[in-house]
Design a protein around this ligand. Structure first.
Ligand code: AMP
Length: 402
């Protein structure tokens, strides 16, 4: 069965088609500037050059229509007709407390996700638009929702509740939800495979370090804590997000800078993190270049980032009473050799020992701990699309066989 994976943002859309008989990636692409001038689709059939097509796309339905045309294109396409697409998997960011697993999308699921829009308006709105567009163009194809929050639903209340009046949890759903769940789950499963140990016998800490960054504690196959919270703003220092700060700072900056409504939120989400500290960039490659040129604030930004990751690792080791493996994934985790070294050095007291030579690798599954390290250090490239396609395939196949 071929599965189309859709990840819909407000003005962009990523897609892939995978043949799930052997999990082979057939094509992938990106639509940008939906609803703006100069909308463009970039499509890549695996093994062929990318093709770019500038076409007006007023909305998500236009975008999906162009994706379907690209996927069926006589030269660059991978199927002859849409009948060869057995199911569509949609990435949906926020499912609140409603879904702890991926689900077949029916009217009740749409209704439940609409109720979650309030929790993540910037993400869930385009996710739902993508689902509606696909349903309109492929009314007979099963659709599956895969949620960023689902994997974290196993957290116990002591991890997900904030120390604010309990009624706010009950009345407004204010609690830790966690994000990047599909990625944390994927790398945790790969780690178990790499180690040849059942997930249920492992204590893992997964570090998804990209532009957005989060850490999860996974005990015996279940997420027991994660660093992102009610929104993806909490936890680690990120590219442009502040991560954990004293909440009193928000009111204080608002007053001191005389900020209009919403401006503080914008500053903490878009102008903070390593960008805010360094004043240089949110991209770690730029920061490392700046450090080479003697930029002290860029060096400080990297130090603060590393310290925060180390802090969460230590905290989760205490929470789980140990750890068998620490996993590094996403843009920084997979590629930034220097940052992995900064994070993993001087943790010998916790039984964590890094092999500097083995760490000298990018984007390839690697165990970079020393032979005698009590804790394995694993680099595992994430693959959220494959995870979405797997869940979609299993759910669609189970329905077909009913
Ligand atoms: P992601 O959000 O997972 O796509 O990660 C994107 C981030 O990964 C970029 O903003 C960079 O900071 C970082 N990144 C990607 N490649 C490298 C690299 N070779 N060295 C250092 N950082 C990298």
């Amino acid at each position: 069965m071929n599965v189309l994976v859709i990840n819909c943002g407000s003005s962009s859309l990523k897609y892939q088609v995978l043949n799930m008989t052997n999990e082979e990636l057939l094509c992938k692409g990106l639509v940008e500037r939906i609803g703006m001038e100069g909308s463009v689709i970039t499509h890549e059939k695996i093994g062929m050059d990318k093709v770019k097509n500038v076409v007006p796309m007023e909305n998500h339905q236009d975008a999906i229509k162009n994706v379907l045309d690209a996927v069926q294109h006589p030269e660059h396409g991978v199927v002859k007709s849409m009948d060869e697409i057995g199911a569509v998997g949609h990435r949906v960011v926020h499912a609140g407390e409603k879904f702890a697993y991926s689900v077949y999308i029916d009217d009740a699921v749409i209704g439940a996700l609409e109720e979650c829009v309030e929790l993540a308006p910037l993400h869930n709105t385009p996710n739902l638009q993508g689902i509606a567009a696909c349903q309109a163009l492929m009314p007979d194809t099963p659709m599956v929702g895969v949620f960023d929050t689902a994997f974290h639903q196993t957290m116990p209340p002591e991890s997900y509740l904030y120390a604010i009046p309990y009624e706010y949890y009950k009345k407004h759903g204010i609690r830790r939800y966690g994000f990047h769940g599909t990625s944390h789950k994927y790398v945790a499963e790969r780690a178990a495979d790499m180690l040849g140990v059942d997930m249920h016998d492992l204590k893992l800490i997964t570090c998804h370090l990209g532009n957005g960054a989060s850490v999860s504690a996974i005990k015996h196959g279940r997420c027991v804590d994660t660093s992102m919270g009610f929104t993806p703003l909490e936890g680690l220092v990120m590219g442009t997000r502040c991560g954990d700060i004293d909440p009193a700072i928000v009111t204080y900056i608002r007053q001191k800078e005389n900020l209009p409504q919403g401006a503080a939120n914008e500053i903490l989400n878009k102008k903070s993190g390593v960008l805010g500290i360094s004043g240089v960039s949110s991209d770690f490659r730029d920061l490392e270049e700046a450090v080479k040129e003697g930029n002290e604030r860029a060096a400080l930004a990297l130090k603060i980032f590393a310290q925060k990751v180390r802090g969460y690792i230590g905290s989760y080791i205490a929470e789980m009473n140990g750890v068998d493996a620490i996993i590094f994934t996403a843009g920084v985790g997979e590629n930034d050799i220097g940052m992995r070294e900064m994070i993993c050095q001087n943790l010998g007291n916790l039984g964590i020992k890094m092999d500097v030579l083995k760490n000298n690798v990018r984007g390839k599954e690697t165990d970079f701990a020393t032979e005698d390290s009590k804790v394995r250090l694993l680099l595992i490239p994430t693959n959220e699309e494959l995870m979405i396609a797997r869940d979609t395939y299993h759910i669609a196949r189970a329905r077909k066989n009913k």
